[in-house]
Design a protein around this ligand. Structure first.
Ligand code: ZN
Length: 133
């Protein structure tokens, strides 16, 4: 299934863990793997801490410093910084599914990472059944 994510800033990390868990519930699959995939070249998926909201803020501050928006890029669209960030973060994450629950560590959340917003975005979520044996 696909979920929509509406972003409001040029760079932004949005916790989508609850939407992913909801997609898993609607699949009726209890054990396997959940694949979360950003269908964009300028938006990524990552897993990190959201218990302290300063963590995603620090990640964005650092990635924006390392990869500045303007840096004599050749890509005519003018958003090379976003493309580079997506290639570093990656477009997807895979999370184990056990007894209907995402197997995430205490501090782990699934983030949609906007690098060229604000935009309306799509995330593809697939639940792959696997035996537990
Ligand atoms: Zn581009």
């Amino acid at each position: 299934m696909k979920i929509s994510v509406k972003t409001s800033d040029r760079t932004q990390m949005i916790d989508i863990t609850s939407q992913v868990a909801e997609a898993v519930r609607s699949s009726d699959i209890k054990d396997g793997l959940v694949h979360v995939f950003s269908m964009h070249t300028t938006a990524a998926i990552t897993i990190n801490e959201n218990a302290d909201p300063a963590v995603p803020k620090d990640i964005l501050r650092t990635i924006n410093k390392v990869i500045p928006w303007d840096d004599q890029y050749r890509h005519m669209e003018g958003n090379s910084a976003a493309h580079i960030k997506v290639s570093l973060f990656g477009p997807s994450e895979t999370v184990p599914l056990e007894n209907g629950s995402l197997v995430l560590g205490t501090w782990q959340s699934i983030f949609f990472c906007e690098f060229d917003g604000p935009r309306q975005r799509k995330v593809d979520i697939r639940v792959i059944p696997m035996g537990t044996g």
